[in-house]
Ligand binder design. Structure first.
Ligand code: ZN
Length: 444
Protein backbone atom coordinates (compact mmCIF):
# COMPACT_ATOMS: atom_id res chain seq x y z
CA UNK A 1 0.00 0.00 0.00
CA UNK A 2 1.23 3.46 -0.73
CA UNK A 3 2.11 5.67 2.18
CA UNK A 4 0.60 8.79 0.73
CA UNK A 5 -2.83 9.47 -0.59
CA UNK A 6 -2.81 9.01 -4.29
CA UNK A 7 -4.59 12.17 -5.10
CA UNK A 8 -3.38 15.34 -3.58
CA UNK A 9 -1.99 18.60 -4.80
CA UNK A 10 1.76 18.83 -5.24
CA UNK A 11 2.20 21.78 -2.94
CA UNK A 12 1.17 19.80 0.14
CA UNK A 13 4.71 18.77 1.04
CA UNK A 14 6.10 22.26 0.72
CA UNK A 15 3.46 23.74 2.92
CA UNK A 16 4.01 20.93 5.43
CA UNK A 17 7.62 21.98 5.71
CA UNK A 18 6.80 25.61 6.14
CA UNK A 19 4.09 25.15 8.68
CA UNK A 20 4.79 26.25 12.18
CA UNK A 21 2.34 24.65 14.47
CA UNK A 22 0.98 26.22 17.54
CA UNK A 23 -1.40 23.63 18.94
CA UNK A 24 -2.10 19.98 18.56
CA UNK A 25 -5.48 20.66 16.98
CA UNK A 26 -3.77 22.77 14.37
CA UNK A 27 -1.81 19.84 13.04
CA UNK A 28 -4.79 18.89 10.99
CA UNK A 29 -4.94 22.37 9.56
CA UNK A 30 -1.45 22.08 8.23
CA UNK A 31 -1.99 18.64 6.85
CA UNK A 32 -4.57 19.76 4.39
CA UNK A 33 -3.97 23.45 4.11
CA UNK A 34 -3.36 23.52 0.37
CA UNK A 35 -6.20 21.12 -0.23
CA UNK A 36 -8.47 23.35 1.78
CA UNK A 37 -7.32 26.51 0.09
CA UNK A 38 -8.23 24.80 -3.11
CA UNK A 39 -11.51 23.66 -1.68
CA UNK A 40 -12.64 27.17 -0.93
CA UNK A 41 -13.27 27.41 -4.64
CA UNK A 42 -14.15 23.86 -5.51
CA UNK A 43 -14.41 20.30 -4.40
CA UNK A 44 -11.30 18.38 -3.42
CA UNK A 45 -11.00 14.60 -3.88
CA UNK A 46 -8.83 12.04 -2.08
CA UNK A 47 -8.68 8.26 -2.43
CA UNK A 48 -7.43 5.70 0.13
CA UNK A 49 -7.26 2.23 -1.36
CA UNK A 50 -6.89 -0.72 1.03
CA UNK A 51 -7.74 -4.43 1.13
CA UNK A 52 -10.37 -3.80 3.81
CA UNK A 53 -12.13 -1.07 1.88
CA UNK A 54 -11.37 1.73 -0.53
CA UNK A 55 -12.47 5.18 0.55
CA UNK A 56 -13.11 8.17 -1.67
CA UNK A 57 -13.41 11.50 0.18
CA UNK A 58 -14.96 14.56 -1.44
CA UNK A 59 -14.45 17.77 0.48
CA UNK A 60 -16.39 20.90 -0.24
CA UNK A 61 -17.29 24.26 1.28
CA UNK A 62 -20.99 23.38 1.30
CA UNK A 63 -22.61 20.07 2.29
CA UNK A 64 -22.76 17.44 -0.44
CA UNK A 65 -25.69 15.05 -0.76
CA UNK A 66 -25.53 11.85 -2.71
CA UNK A 67 -27.83 9.18 -4.11
CA UNK A 68 -26.40 5.90 -5.19
CA UNK A 69 -27.31 2.57 -6.72
CA UNK A 70 -25.57 -0.63 -7.71
CA UNK A 71 -25.61 -2.26 -11.15
CA UNK A 72 -24.68 -5.81 -12.13
CA UNK A 73 -22.89 -7.29 -15.18
CA UNK A 74 -20.47 -5.72 -14.83
CA UNK A 75 -20.54 -4.73 -11.15
CA UNK A 76 -20.83 -0.96 -10.84
CA UNK A 77 -21.57 1.64 -8.20
CA UNK A 78 -23.21 4.81 -9.44
CA UNK A 79 -23.11 7.87 -7.18
CA UNK A 80 -24.91 11.10 -8.02
CA UNK A 81 -23.49 13.96 -5.98
CA UNK A 82 -25.77 16.96 -5.67
CA UNK A 83 -24.59 20.52 -5.42
CA UNK A 84 -21.57 20.14 -7.68
CA UNK A 85 -20.28 21.36 -10.98
CA UNK A 86 -17.52 19.30 -12.52
CA UNK A 87 -14.04 20.79 -12.06
CA UNK A 88 -10.45 19.77 -12.77
CA UNK A 89 -10.08 17.78 -9.55
CA UNK A 90 -13.09 15.66 -10.50
CA UNK A 91 -12.04 15.41 -14.15
CA UNK A 92 -8.60 14.15 -13.16
CA UNK A 93 -9.88 11.77 -10.52
CA UNK A 94 -10.15 8.70 -12.82
CA UNK A 95 -6.45 8.92 -13.67
CA UNK A 96 -5.62 8.44 -9.98
CA UNK A 97 -7.19 5.01 -9.73
CA UNK A 98 -4.27 2.56 -9.59
CA UNK A 99 -4.46 -0.78 -11.31
CA UNK A 100 -3.77 -2.50 -7.97
CA UNK A 101 -6.72 -0.85 -6.22
CA UNK A 102 -8.27 -3.86 -4.46
CA UNK A 103 -11.85 -2.88 -5.29
CA UNK A 104 -12.04 -0.35 -8.12
CA UNK A 105 -11.30 -1.17 -11.75
CA UNK A 106 -11.93 2.32 -13.06
CA UNK A 107 -14.11 5.40 -12.58
CA UNK A 108 -15.98 7.64 -14.95
CA UNK A 109 -16.99 11.14 -13.92
CA UNK A 110 -19.38 13.46 -15.69
CA UNK A 111 -21.88 16.27 -15.25
CA UNK A 112 -25.09 14.26 -15.19
CA UNK A 113 -27.38 17.28 -15.06
CA UNK A 114 -26.97 20.84 -13.74
CA UNK A 115 -25.50 20.74 -10.22
CA UNK A 116 -25.30 16.92 -10.23
CA UNK A 117 -22.03 15.11 -10.86
CA UNK A 118 -22.21 11.39 -11.54
CA UNK A 119 -19.38 9.04 -10.57
CA UNK A 120 -19.55 5.53 -11.99
CA UNK A 121 -17.21 3.07 -10.29
CA UNK A 122 -16.47 -0.12 -12.18
CA UNK A 123 -15.75 -2.72 -9.53
CA UNK A 124 -13.50 -5.76 -9.31
CA UNK A 125 -15.99 -7.63 -7.12
CA UNK A 126 -19.38 -6.90 -5.51
CA UNK A 127 -19.29 -4.25 -2.80
CA UNK A 128 -21.49 -2.97 0.02
CA UNK A 129 -21.10 0.80 -0.14
CA UNK A 130 -21.33 3.03 2.93
CA UNK A 131 -21.93 6.59 1.83
CA UNK A 132 -22.22 9.28 4.45
CA UNK A 133 -21.49 12.92 5.03
CA UNK A 134 -19.61 14.58 7.86
CA UNK A 135 -19.87 18.06 9.23
CA UNK A 136 -16.76 20.22 9.25
CA UNK A 137 -14.28 19.09 11.94
CA UNK A 138 -10.84 20.41 12.75
CA UNK A 139 -10.00 22.25 9.59
CA UNK A 140 -11.83 19.87 7.35
CA UNK A 141 -14.80 21.33 5.54
CA UNK A 142 -17.89 19.31 4.69
CA UNK A 143 -16.97 15.83 3.60
CA UNK A 144 -18.83 13.18 1.67
CA UNK A 145 -17.23 9.77 2.18
CA UNK A 146 -17.77 6.87 -0.18
CA UNK A 147 -16.56 3.68 1.51
CA UNK A 148 -16.45 0.67 -0.77
CA UNK A 149 -16.48 -2.43 1.41
CA UNK A 150 -16.20 -5.81 -0.32
CA UNK A 151 -19.26 -8.06 0.11
CA UNK A 152 -16.86 -10.89 0.95
CA UNK A 153 -14.81 -9.21 3.63
CA UNK A 154 -11.07 -9.27 3.67
CA UNK A 155 -10.32 -11.48 6.67
CA UNK A 156 -6.84 -11.07 8.14
CA UNK A 157 -7.95 -12.72 11.37
CA UNK A 158 -8.68 -16.07 9.75
CA UNK A 159 -5.26 -16.00 8.14
CA UNK A 160 -3.67 -15.10 11.45
CA UNK A 161 -5.36 -17.90 13.35
CA UNK A 162 -4.13 -20.38 10.80
CA UNK A 163 -0.60 -19.35 11.65
CA UNK A 164 0.60 -21.57 14.42
CA UNK A 165 -2.63 -23.56 14.57
CA UNK A 166 -1.95 -27.23 15.20
CA UNK A 167 -2.00 -29.33 12.06
CA UNK A 168 -5.42 -30.74 11.36
CA UNK A 169 -4.09 -34.29 10.88
CA UNK A 170 -2.59 -34.36 14.31
CA UNK A 171 -5.90 -33.44 15.84
CA UNK A 172 -8.16 -35.60 13.77
CA UNK A 173 -10.32 -37.99 15.69
CA UNK A 174 -9.21 -41.53 14.92
CA UNK A 175 -12.83 -42.60 14.40
CA UNK A 176 -14.27 -39.86 12.32
CA UNK A 177 -11.22 -38.31 10.84
CA UNK A 178 -12.77 -34.93 11.58
CA UNK A 179 -10.70 -32.18 12.98
CA UNK A 180 -11.62 -31.64 16.59
CA UNK A 181 -13.74 -28.70 17.47
CA UNK A 182 -12.18 -25.52 18.59
CA UNK A 183 -14.03 -23.96 21.45
CA UNK A 184 -16.15 -21.16 20.20
CA UNK A 185 -14.77 -18.53 22.44
CA UNK A 186 -11.13 -19.36 22.40
CA UNK A 187 -9.46 -20.69 19.32
CA UNK A 188 -6.33 -21.23 21.39
CA UNK A 189 -8.03 -23.83 23.51
CA UNK A 190 -8.57 -27.03 21.65
CA UNK A 191 -11.04 -29.53 23.02
CA UNK A 192 -9.84 -33.03 22.30
CA UNK A 193 -12.16 -35.30 20.35
CA UNK A 194 -13.78 -38.30 22.04
CA UNK A 195 -11.49 -41.29 22.15
CA UNK A 196 -12.49 -44.55 20.57
CA UNK A 197 -14.66 -46.65 22.84
CA UNK A 198 -16.95 -43.75 23.60
CA UNK A 199 -14.97 -42.49 26.55
CA UNK A 200 -14.57 -38.76 26.56
CA UNK A 201 -11.29 -37.24 27.46
CA UNK A 202 -11.98 -33.58 27.85
CA UNK A 203 -8.49 -32.39 28.26
CA UNK A 204 -7.55 -28.81 27.61
CA UNK A 205 -4.62 -28.33 25.34
CA UNK A 206 -3.30 -24.94 24.66
CA UNK A 207 -1.86 -23.91 21.44
CA UNK A 208 1.18 -22.10 22.70
CA UNK A 209 1.01 -19.22 20.22
CA UNK A 210 0.56 -15.83 21.82
CA UNK A 211 -1.40 -13.33 19.75
CA UNK A 212 -0.20 -9.75 19.80
CA UNK A 213 -2.31 -7.06 18.19
CA UNK A 214 -0.34 -4.04 17.03
CA UNK A 215 -2.35 -0.91 16.43
CA UNK A 216 -0.61 1.83 14.43
CA UNK A 217 -2.64 4.93 15.28
CA UNK A 218 -4.56 7.12 12.81
CA UNK A 219 -4.30 6.50 9.03
CA UNK A 220 -5.99 7.67 5.84
CA UNK A 221 -7.99 10.85 6.37
CA UNK A 222 -6.51 11.13 9.86
CA UNK A 223 -2.80 11.99 9.63
CA UNK A 224 -2.41 12.22 13.41
CA UNK A 225 0.02 14.84 14.63
CA UNK A 226 2.28 16.60 12.11
CA UNK A 227 5.87 17.53 12.89
CA UNK A 228 7.50 20.82 12.02
CA UNK A 229 9.25 19.15 9.12
CA UNK A 230 5.96 17.82 7.87
CA UNK A 231 6.31 14.22 8.99
CA UNK A 232 3.04 12.58 9.82
CA UNK A 233 2.36 10.53 12.91
CA UNK A 234 0.37 7.97 10.89
CA UNK A 235 3.38 7.10 8.69
CA UNK A 236 5.90 6.86 11.52
CA UNK A 237 3.77 4.66 13.74
CA UNK A 238 2.96 2.33 10.84
CA UNK A 239 6.66 1.98 10.15
CA UNK A 240 7.43 1.20 13.82
CA UNK A 241 4.61 -1.35 13.97
CA UNK A 242 5.90 -3.06 10.82
CA UNK A 243 9.39 -3.27 12.28
CA UNK A 244 8.06 -4.78 15.49
CA UNK A 245 5.93 -7.27 13.57
CA UNK A 246 8.96 -8.36 11.54
CA UNK A 247 11.06 -8.80 14.70
CA UNK A 248 8.40 -10.96 16.32
CA UNK A 249 7.84 -13.07 13.23
CA UNK A 250 11.51 -13.52 12.39
CA UNK A 251 12.41 -14.90 15.81
CA UNK A 252 11.69 -18.64 15.73
CA UNK A 253 12.00 -18.81 19.53
CA UNK A 254 9.09 -16.47 20.01
CA UNK A 255 5.81 -18.30 19.88
CA UNK A 256 3.95 -15.17 18.96
CA UNK A 257 1.89 -14.09 16.02
CA UNK A 258 0.94 -10.57 15.10
CA UNK A 259 -2.24 -8.97 13.81
CA UNK A 260 -2.04 -5.36 12.66
CA UNK A 261 -5.23 -3.33 13.00
CA UNK A 262 -4.24 -1.55 9.80
CA UNK A 263 -1.59 -2.56 7.30
CA UNK A 264 -1.51 0.56 5.16
CA UNK A 265 -2.53 4.17 4.92
CA UNK A 266 -6.27 4.00 5.53
CA UNK A 267 -8.47 4.79 8.49
CA UNK A 268 -9.86 2.16 10.84
CA UNK A 269 -12.40 3.39 13.43
CA UNK A 270 -11.31 2.94 17.05
CA UNK A 271 -14.08 0.49 17.92
CA UNK A 272 -13.16 -1.64 14.89
CA UNK A 273 -9.60 -1.86 16.16
CA UNK A 274 -10.81 -3.20 19.48
CA UNK A 275 -13.22 -5.58 17.76
CA UNK A 276 -10.37 -6.99 15.67
CA UNK A 277 -8.35 -7.68 18.80
CA UNK A 278 -11.31 -9.41 20.41
CA UNK A 279 -12.04 -11.45 17.28
CA UNK A 280 -8.42 -12.58 17.21
CA UNK A 281 -8.59 -13.47 20.94
CA UNK A 282 -5.53 -11.35 21.40
CA UNK A 283 -3.28 -11.77 24.43
CA UNK A 284 -2.07 -8.17 24.19
CA UNK A 285 -3.10 -4.99 22.42
CA UNK A 286 -0.47 -2.35 21.77
CA UNK A 287 -1.41 0.98 20.23
CA UNK A 288 1.51 2.97 18.82
CA UNK A 289 1.48 6.77 18.55
CA UNK A 290 3.68 9.87 18.53
CA UNK A 291 2.84 12.72 20.86
CA UNK A 292 2.45 16.44 20.12
CA UNK A 293 2.26 19.60 22.16
CA UNK A 294 2.13 23.30 21.30
CA UNK A 295 5.28 23.87 23.36
CA UNK A 296 8.08 22.53 21.18
CA UNK A 297 10.28 21.68 24.15
CA UNK A 298 7.93 18.92 25.31
CA UNK A 299 9.75 15.64 24.90
CA UNK A 300 10.00 12.03 25.93
CA UNK A 301 8.07 8.81 25.56
CA UNK A 302 5.07 7.82 27.63
CA UNK A 303 2.87 4.78 28.15
CA UNK A 304 -0.83 4.76 28.98
CA UNK A 305 -3.40 2.29 30.21
CA UNK A 306 -7.16 2.64 30.47
CA UNK A 307 -8.78 4.31 33.42
CA UNK A 308 -12.34 3.81 34.51
CA UNK A 309 -12.30 6.40 37.21
CA UNK A 310 -10.97 9.46 35.47
CA UNK A 311 -7.54 10.26 34.16
CA UNK A 312 -4.37 10.19 36.23
CA UNK A 313 -3.55 13.75 35.13
CA UNK A 314 -5.06 16.60 33.15
CA UNK A 315 -2.48 16.03 30.43
CA UNK A 316 -3.46 12.36 30.15
CA UNK A 317 -7.14 13.34 29.90
CA UNK A 318 -6.37 15.86 27.14
CA UNK A 319 -4.31 13.32 25.26
CA UNK A 320 -7.06 10.69 25.48
CA UNK A 321 -9.53 13.21 24.14
CA UNK A 322 -7.27 14.05 21.24
CA UNK A 323 -6.63 10.40 20.41
CA UNK A 324 -10.36 9.61 20.72
CA UNK A 325 -11.11 12.40 18.24
CA UNK A 326 -9.52 10.19 15.59
CA UNK A 327 -12.98 8.83 14.78
CA UNK A 328 -14.19 12.35 13.94
CA UNK A 329 -11.17 13.31 11.87
CA UNK A 330 -10.66 9.91 10.26
CA UNK A 331 -14.35 9.74 9.42
CA UNK A 332 -16.59 7.09 10.93
CA UNK A 333 -20.05 6.27 9.73
CA UNK A 334 -21.83 6.17 13.07
CA UNK A 335 -25.06 4.93 11.52
CA UNK A 336 -23.28 2.10 9.76
CA UNK A 337 -21.33 1.11 12.86
CA UNK A 338 -21.62 -2.55 13.66
CA UNK A 339 -23.71 -3.30 16.78
CA UNK A 340 -20.73 -5.18 18.23
CA UNK A 341 -18.50 -2.18 17.75
CA UNK A 342 -20.99 0.04 19.55
CA UNK A 343 -21.02 -2.45 22.40
CA UNK A 344 -17.25 -2.49 22.53
CA UNK A 345 -17.20 1.27 22.95
CA UNK A 346 -19.69 1.11 25.81
CA UNK A 347 -18.15 -1.86 27.56
CA UNK A 348 -16.27 -1.21 30.70
CA UNK A 349 -13.05 -3.03 31.15
CA UNK A 350 -12.51 -5.17 34.15
CA UNK A 351 -10.19 -4.28 36.99
CA UNK A 352 -8.13 -7.29 35.98
CA UNK A 353 -7.63 -5.92 32.47
CA UNK A 354 -6.45 -2.60 33.87
CA UNK A 355 -4.13 -4.25 36.40
CA UNK A 356 -2.57 -6.39 33.66
CA UNK A 357 -2.31 -3.38 31.38
CA UNK A 358 -0.46 -1.50 34.10
CA UNK A 359 1.98 -4.40 34.52
CA UNK A 360 2.58 -4.54 30.77
CA UNK A 361 2.87 -0.75 30.63
CA UNK A 362 5.53 -0.72 33.37
CA UNK A 363 7.67 -3.30 31.59
CA UNK A 364 7.44 -1.44 28.27
CA UNK A 365 8.03 1.96 29.89
CA UNK A 366 11.12 0.58 31.64
CA UNK A 367 12.58 -0.58 28.33
CA UNK A 368 11.71 2.60 26.44
CA UNK A 369 13.35 4.54 29.28
CA UNK A 370 16.64 2.95 28.19
CA UNK A 371 16.45 4.44 24.70
CA UNK A 372 14.77 7.81 25.20
CA UNK A 373 13.88 10.28 27.91
CA UNK A 374 10.54 9.57 29.52
CA UNK A 375 7.90 12.27 29.51
CA UNK A 376 6.60 10.90 32.81
CA UNK A 377 8.26 8.19 34.85
CA UNK A 378 5.09 6.22 35.43
CA UNK A 379 2.34 4.61 33.43
CA UNK A 380 -0.51 7.10 33.13
CA UNK A 381 -4.20 6.32 32.80
CA UNK A 382 -7.10 7.86 30.91
CA UNK A 383 -10.22 6.88 28.98
CA UNK A 384 -8.71 5.88 25.65
CA UNK A 385 -11.43 4.30 23.46
CA UNK A 386 -8.92 2.04 21.77
CA UNK A 387 -7.86 0.42 25.06
CA UNK A 388 -11.34 -0.85 25.92
CA UNK A 389 -11.14 -4.56 25.09
CA UNK A 390 -12.50 -6.00 28.35
CA UNK A 391 -10.16 -9.00 28.65
CA UNK A 392 -7.08 -7.94 26.77
CA UNK A 393 -4.20 -6.11 28.48
CA UNK A 394 -3.98 -2.97 26.37
CA UNK A 395 -1.53 -0.08 26.33
CA UNK A 396 -1.00 3.01 24.24
CA UNK A 397 2.59 4.12 23.66
CA UNK A 398 3.53 7.68 22.71
CA UNK A 399 6.94 6.86 21.25
CA UNK A 400 8.27 10.48 21.36
CA UNK A 401 7.08 14.02 20.61
CA UNK A 402 6.77 14.63 16.88
CA UNK A 403 6.28 18.34 17.74
CA UNK A 404 9.82 18.50 19.18
CA UNK A 405 12.22 19.01 16.26
CA UNK A 406 14.92 16.80 17.82
CA UNK A 407 12.49 14.04 18.55
CA UNK A 408 10.87 14.39 15.14
CA UNK A 409 14.27 13.70 13.60
CA UNK A 410 14.61 10.65 15.84
CA UNK A 411 11.16 9.37 14.97
CA UNK A 412 12.04 9.64 11.29
CA UNK A 413 15.25 7.67 11.67
CA UNK A 414 15.25 3.96 11.01
CA UNK A 415 17.63 3.51 13.95
CA UNK A 416 15.27 5.00 16.50
CA UNK A 417 12.30 3.14 15.02
CA UNK A 418 14.28 -0.10 15.41
CA UNK A 419 15.17 0.79 18.98
CA UNK A 420 11.55 1.52 19.84
CA UNK A 421 10.46 -1.79 18.30
CA UNK A 422 13.19 -3.63 20.27
CA UNK A 423 12.21 -1.91 23.49
CA UNK A 424 8.53 -2.77 23.09
CA UNK A 425 9.42 -6.38 22.33
CA UNK A 426 11.67 -6.59 25.39
CA UNK A 427 8.84 -5.19 27.49
CA UNK A 428 6.41 -7.76 26.06
CA UNK A 429 8.84 -10.60 26.82
CA UNK A 430 9.41 -9.44 30.37
CA UNK A 431 5.69 -9.13 30.90
CA UNK A 432 5.09 -12.69 29.72
CA UNK A 433 8.03 -13.99 31.72
CA UNK A 434 6.34 -12.69 34.85
CA UNK A 435 2.75 -13.26 33.78
CA UNK A 436 2.57 -16.38 31.63
CA UNK A 437 -0.52 -16.25 29.41
CA UNK A 438 -2.18 -19.28 31.02
CA UNK A 439 -1.83 -17.99 34.55
CA UNK A 440 -3.29 -14.72 33.48
CA UNK A 441 -6.22 -16.37 31.71
CA UNK A 442 -6.87 -18.68 34.66
CA UNK A 443 -7.03 -15.72 36.93
CA UNK A 444 -9.58 -13.81 34.91
ZN1 ZN B 1 -1.89 9.56 17.99
Amino acid sequence: MPETPRFRTESVKTVFRQSILKACALFFVAAFLPALAHATKSVNVRIWPAPEYTRVALENKTPLKANHFLLKNPERLVVDVEGLEINDALRQFPSHIQSDDPHIKQVRVGQNRPRVVRLVFELKAPIKPQIFSLLPVGEYRHRLLLDLHPVIPHDPIAALLEKGAPKKDALASPQTGNPVAQTQNNPQVIRMAPKSGGQTVSKLHTNSMITIVLDPGHGGEDPGAIGRRGSREKDIVLSIARRLKAKIEQDPNLKMRVLMTRTGDYFVPLGERVKKAEAAKADLFISIHADAFFEKKARGASVFALSEKGASSAAAAALAKRENDADLIGGTNLKGLDANVRKVLLNLSTDVQIKDSMKLGKEVLGEIGDINALHRGRVEQAGFAVLKAPDIPSILIETAFISNPEEEAKLLSGDYQEQVADAILKGIRKYFARNPPLTRKDMT
